[in-house]
Design a protein around this ligand. Structure first.
Ligand code: AMP
Length: 285
């Protein structure tokens, strides 16, 4: 695996080797890699001649400075695991490399309601920061395909919208959420959980499963409340439990029994904020 630190080196390499955009699969990450990230690399490996990953903890997408500062890091293990999964190149820039003119966003992305609901409501400015960093990464790497995890459901929708707004020639491939055997979605933040918190964390998935099991046409308010209660009883500080249209993220109160639904949750266990989601009925086309 070749390691690049400077944007211009990676761009020069791609140009000099005449590597075509369509042969590049790209997996952006913030490091502290787990099998969820590695599954993206494996999918990209199977579909592209060249697989590029990036590790960059982007300061502009954090709403809490302490969350940014405590973000886990395991760079040596990450390099080992990327290489093992067949990744060809790793881009490992510094903040100064990524934002040579300062990290204040130079543009606003018109994300519509995606920028005010669910994650955006509780993390204002988060998706502007995500768009800023991914636009910059796509400029540097110029991939034909961008691999994202369904784990960050709203982020996938935001990035689809950004790519369409800016008319970027990259397709998005969404890969399924990888879970631990007890259902907890893999996340870099899980490493911050104490053993007792880790045990409770599995209730995020159980709460969403409770919605899925009892899903019926009609009013969904009770299902939503029950799921929220499961979490509060376990001591979570719940930010949201929502049932939404899986294509538009419109919150659904009264279900027609047909449209594709997704349950989405965000909650704190003590200091650690976790998110998860579950498609409730037939998968997205
Ligand atoms: P992050 O390092 O958290 O920014 O995540 C990098 C990419 O990995 C994003 O596209 C995430 O959605 C994806 N990802 C994170 N956790 C998982 C998981 N458990 N399963 C699948 N993809 C994931």
């Amino acid at each position: 695996m070749i390691l690049f630190k400077h944007p211009k080196d990676i761009t020069t390499f791609i140009v000099n080797q005449s590597i075509e955009r369509n042969s590049i699969g790209f997996v952006p990450t913030m490091g502290a890699l787990h099998n969820g990230h590695i599954s993206l690399i494996q999918t990209a490996r199977a579909e592209n001649e060249l697989v590029i990953a990036s590790i960059f903890v982007n300061p502009t997408q954090f709403t809490e400075q302490s969350d940014f500062e405590k973000y886990p890091s395991s760079i040596e293990a990450d390099i080992f695991n990327l290489e093992k999964a067949g990744c060809d190149m790793l881009f490992l820039p510094t903040v100064a490399d990524m934002y040579p003119n300062g990290s204040l966003p130079s543009r606003q992305y018109d994300l519509g309601r995606l920028d005010s609901i669910l994650e955006a409501e509780f993390r204002p400015g988060h998706f502007q920061g995500v768009c800023q960093v991914v636009q910059r990464l796509l400029d540097i790497v110029a991939p034909g395909k961008l691999y994202l995890g369904q784990k960050d459901f709203q982020q996938c929708m935001v990035l689809k919208k950004m790519i369409s707004l800016l008319d970027i020639d990259t397709s998005i491939i969404i890969c399924p959420t990888q879970r631990e055997t007890d259902g907890l979605a893999m996340s870099s933040r899980n490493s911050r959980l104490t053993p007792a918190e880790r045990e409770k964390a599995t209730y995020l998935f159980r709460a969403m499963q409770s919605i899925q099991e009892k899903l019926r046409e009609g009013d969904l308010a009770q299902l939503q409340r029950n799921a929220q209660e499961i979490l509060t009883k376990q001591g979570f500080k719940v930010e949201y439990v929502a049932i939404a249209n899986a294509h538009t993220l419109e919150i659904i109160q009264n279900w027609d029994g047909k449209s594709a639904l997704v349950a989405l949750v965000a909650a704190y266990i003590n200091e650690v904020r976790l998110i998860d989601n579950l498609l409730l009925n037939p998968p997205l086309q």
